[in-house]
Design a protein around this ligand. Structure first.
Ligand code: SAH
Length: 391
């Protein structure tokens, strides 16, 4: 057993951890450890050991628990076991017909502030806290040993790192990683861009939702907020024609490349603001049989929820009006701050205003490679609904 420096936390902090949440905020740290970032043993004010945690000296989230016992050595074997368990949980996906998935989803896998996405033989990691950064070498070693990855890229350009006193960088940690990687996903192929793309190079969290709407798609279709067209590709396999709408010309150029890669000639890129586009289509009396709405997070914080709800309601209302009778809408929100009940309430209001009889066919959440812990709400952010126009 290692002898770690000690942090003392309030009883409120200790209760939070006993209730299953690993974060201890600065306001609950009674005596900070006299140590730089790394592993510490945590005690409550009565001196009772609460566990082993990662210590981030500058962060508002001071401690992130990783064990319920103290003085656990976070050595190579420990990281190997914890990361190995996370990978084992994904075995069904890895054995299936896709070569890209999230291997580690932070707190959801008992590995606070660590994200690891696999794109074929390459890994993209995000080390999102100072306490975790202290174990960069052990983490990379464990990943390379467990996965045979030929390259590991750190997309450490996420802004949360600033709050940890860490720099924002994109850095190669092992081998080499190409600019683009071909992703296979339930029968379609597309290029992810690990170095420069959004998130770690693609939106892996919508993989199952793309297959879901792809399976019921038909007729005239819309993929709104299409990015590089991953929904459009799935939809285009069954629909006659898909319009992929995005405000980014660069994203649409990649839609065209991805369509060509799949031999699909029925995807039309449309460069437009989604709000304007939907309003004009509605005004023109257009009708679509299949619609996807996968917007970016409109609510970036709690203060912006009201405005975000108006935005979500606006696009959903218009999409509902645009549906042909029997048409299908897959709609999502990835705003953590918009809760599941808020999302459903917003859809109900949109349905009421649309005058359409909207049938709820499925409610979706995160796929198994993005585990959402019931006791850690922050691990859950994505919700979606498959809706059918009943008239
Ligand atoms: N559906 C995609 C991910 C979408 S990411 C997938 O599954 O891969 C969100 C996209 O919305 C980005 O490509 C961004 O360029 C686009 N976007 C953001 N605001 C927009 C707006 N007002 N109008 C149109 N596109 C917008």
């Amino acid at each position: 057993m290692a002898q770690h420096p000690v942090a003392v936390i309030s009883s409120r902090g200790a209760r939070r951890w006993q209730d299953g949440h690993p974060w201890i905020f600065k306001s609950d740290v009674v005596t900070p450890p006299a140590a730089s970032a790394g592993a510490v043993t945590v005690r409550d004010v009565q001196g009772r050991v609460q566990g082993t945690a990662l210590w981030s000296p500058q962060s508002e989230i001071s401690l992130r628990f990783v064990e319920r016992v103290g003085d656990v050595a976070l050595d190579g074997a420990w990281w190997g076991a914890r990361i190995g368990a996370a990978i084992a949980r994904r075995q069904d996906i890895l054995d299936g017909d896709t070569n890209a998935c999230r291997l580690v989803h932070g707190e959801g896998d008992g590995l606070p502030s660590l994200v690891v996405d696999r794109y074929d033989r390459w890994l993209v990691v995000q080390l999102l806290s100072a306490g975790l950064e202290a174990y960069r070498a052990e983490i990379v070693d464990a990943l390379v040993t467990l996965t045979d990855a030929v390259g590991v890229l750190a997309r450490n350009d996420a802004s949360v790192r600033t709050r940890e006193g860490l720099s924002k960088t994109v850095e190669l940690l092992h081998g080499s990683v190409p600019e683009t990687v071909e992703v296979r996903e339930h029968g379609v192929r597309y290029l992810a861009a690990p170095h420069a793309g959004q998130k770690t190079g693609a939106f892996l969290d919508q993989r199952e939702a793309r297959a879901l709407i792809g399976g019921v798609a038909r007729g005239r279709a819309l993929d709104v907020f299409s990015y590089h067209g991953s929904f459009a590709l799935h939809v285009a396999r069954r629909a006659e024609h898909v319009r992929a709408v995005d405000a980014s010309a660069a994203a649409l150029a990649r839609v065209e490349a991805n369509a060509a890669m799949n031999g699909l000639v029925n995807i039309e890129p449309v460069e437009a603001d989604a709000f304007d586009f939907l309003r004009e289509e509605e005004k023109a009396g257009a009708r679509y049989d299949t619609i996807v709405l996968d917007p970016p997070a409109f609510a970036k914080n709690r203060a912006s929820i009201a405005g975000a709800v108006r935005g979500y309601r606006d696009i959903n209302l218009r999409a509902m009006k645009l549906l042909a009778p029997g048409g299908m809408l897959y709609t999502a929100s990835c705003s953590y701050h918009l809760t599941k009940p808020d999302f459903l309430a917003m859809l109900r209001e949109a349905a009421a205003h649309s005058g359409r009889r909207m049938i709820l066919r499925a409610l979706t959440g995160q796929p198994v490679d993005h585990p959402e812990l019931l006791t850690v709400p922050e691990t859950g952010y994505l919700k979606g609904a498959l809706l059918e126009a009943g008239d």
